[in-house]
Design a protein around this ligand. Structure first.
Ligand code: SF4
Ligand code: SF4
Length: 543
């Protein structure tokens, strides 16, 4: 899908009629129907993908069919309304947080202008408070006494096909980034409301292919690209050859090796696509430098969990592979690579979903002796925690001058920053691997970081304009430090970010490249016996 020219889009965001530019809607939001047109929706799930998933144990994805959001008739099952309302009732029973979020919003509006989708589109229904209201209004009507008696007067509305269509539109214009929840005095997590909306839609066969195809691949082969074990290993082997060409160091990672001390799990994007492969080369060099006794798994070959964007059951099933492989291989603990939503799942859900993990030990760095008590229960730590600890204990030699071509800033990926509080370790690493790096403006970093705009399976080309709009607040902050300080590299610790921010930068700030933090570590790492070429662009140098 072609996207409009950058200056036209910039003008449209700044001057076009929207709530952001002072235009007041002429109708009540409940009376404004959604209109689907090319460019404002992601393509529906292919029926064969849904059928395959529905046939799998432990998950349910019924009502597979061809349907088109632009059509009047979405070919819903006859009893669709009953299915949705029963689904909502079940979830209100199961998830106490959902019930609280439905009841406790006071409509203070503190969240309203905190969402990047609202800032980029000016669409009132992209204000988090109103996004939640799309569900809350039905909840009021069907599940509260006031709503049952007073209906619209109590903020209720009946469940209709129009409401369902609205859910589809706005559940897929939310990246579940949780920025809004940072500002909500009640801690209402609109991301979880979006998750519920997506779950409910799946009950009647409504979902997007860019989420469900990766889920289907992950379930079938272990990773979202559908790489076979041979292809997965082959890709890593190619990276080892590249490393040898660049540095003279031969790294020999092992796969599915029983008895290794550590299982390493990372997003599969790290092994097959730029710029993730440079991050992967950084991991491989680091592990070689410290002589880590580790193995990859070609079955748990995906850290990124697209199940998070579909249903709780799917998330649990996909994540289960990590512990299953840790058990099969008999490792002591698990090390995880750079990824965003992978870490939300690992940090916030894995323990209760797939634990307890009595067969693993509390992670202890074999190099420094540091015991990571923060992972006492999950038994899994983040590569940034691991690397920062190595640096702090002087266990690796780093030469910052090897990153002299880089003037960096750091993007806090939504999930590692807001879901697990990974704020200082990446900065500590940056301090030690580059001479030059600066922060973006205070209200756009750390817990208040702005999303890339394309997470939660929205990294698909057919909605490119929406992505560029919703990514604008992030891009704007990068542009600011580029113009003020000459920043040319946006560092991050997320595989989706590496893909989405690259597209975003190419559009809004083409002078800035995107790099995983471990790539910058790999650039700076001095390894005994190495014979580095003159790597003017670090591990990206073409030799
Ligand atoms: S900040 Fe919280 S309480 Fe206020 S409108 Fe938003 S969700 Fe409701
Ligand atoms: S979770 Fe993020 S994308 Fe979703 S409503 Fe909140 S700020 Fe917007």
């Amino acid at each position: 899908m072609a996207v409009v020219k950058v200056d036209m889009l910039a003008r449209s965001v700044a001057e076009g009629p929207s709530l952001m530019t002072g235009s007041i809607p002429t109708k009540d939001w409940m009376d404004v129907p959604v209109v689907f047109k090319p460019g404002n929706y992601a393509y529906p799930t292919k029926p064969e993908k849904l059928r395959y998933l529905d046939s799998q144990q432990g998950v349910s994805f019924p009502n597979a069919r061809e349907w088109n959001p632009e059509d009047e008739d979405w070919k819903l099952p006859e009893n669709w309304k009953e299915i949705i309302l029963q689904g909502l009732a079940d979830r209100l029973d199961r998830f106490r947080s959902l019930k609280i979020f439905m009841d406790c919003c006071v409509r203070c509006g503190a969240c309203a202008d905190k969402c990047h989708f609202f800032l980029g589109t000016g669409d009132p229904k992209n204000m988090p408070v109103l996004r939640a209201e799309l569900l809350r209004s039905v909840y009021r009507q069907e599940f509260t006494r006031a709503g049952k008696i007073l209906g619209k007067l109590a903020g209720g509305r009946p469940m209709t096909v129009g409401v369902l269509k609205e859910w589809f539109m706005y559940a897929y214009q939310c990246t579940e980034c949780r920025r809004c929840s940072v500002f909500c005095p009640y801690g209402i997590d609109t991301a979880e409301i979006t998750m519920m909306l997506r779950e409910l839609l799946h009950l009647v066969g409504i979902g997007i292919n860019w989420a469900m195809e990766p889920v289907s691949n992950s379930n079938r082969t272990g990773n979202h690209m559908g790489l076979t074990p041979q292809a997965f290993k082959g890709n890593v082997d190619f990276l080892c050859d590249d490393i040898e060409n660049l540095t003279g160091v031969r790294v020999n990672p092992t796969f599915n090796r029983k008895g290794a001390e550590v299982l390493f799990v990372t997003p599969s994007a790290d092994v097959f696509a730029e710029p993730g492969i440079f991050t992967c080369m950084g991991y491989l060099l680091l592990f070689e430098a410290i002589g880590l006794d580790y193995t990859w798994s070609t079955y748990a070959s995906e850290g990124g969990n697209f199940g998070l964007f579909t249903s709780n059951e799917m998330m649990k099933k996909l994540n289960g592979k990590i512990y299953a492989e840790a058990k099969r291989l008999g490792v002591r603990w698990i090390l995880g690579g750079e990824c965003g939503h992978m870490w939300r799942v690992l940090h916030q859900y894995m323990d209760t979903m797939n634990g307890p993990t009595d067969f693993l030990e509390v992670p202890r760095s074999p190099i420094t002796g540091t015991v990571f008590d923060n992972a006492k229960s999950t038994k899994m730590i983040h590569i940034s925690e691991f690397t920062a600890d190595l640096i702090k204990n002087n266990k690796i030699k780093l030469d910052k001058s090897r990153n002299a071509h880089i003037k960096a800033t750091f993007h806090d990926s939504c999930n590692p920053s807001r879901a697990m509080g990974l704020l200082d370790e990446p900065r500590y690493i940056l301090d030690h691997v580059v001479d030059n790096w600066v922060e973006m403006p205070e209200n756009t970093i750390r817990e208040k970081t702005f999303c890339c705009g394309s997470g939660t399976a929205l990294n698909t080309d057919e909605i490119m304009e929406i992505r560029m709009r919703s990514g604008l607040p992030r891009a704007n902050a990068v542009k600011y430090v580029h113009e003020k300080h000459g920043v040319n590299t946006l560092g991050c610790v997320c595989a989706i970010d590496r893909a989405t921010l690259t597209t975003l930068m190419n559009y809004w700030v083409p002078e800035v490249q995107v790099a995983g933090l471990s790539e910058l570590v790999g650039n700076a790492l001095v390894i005994e016996g190495e014979q580095r070429q003159d790597l003017t662009e670090g591990l990206r140098t073409l030799v």
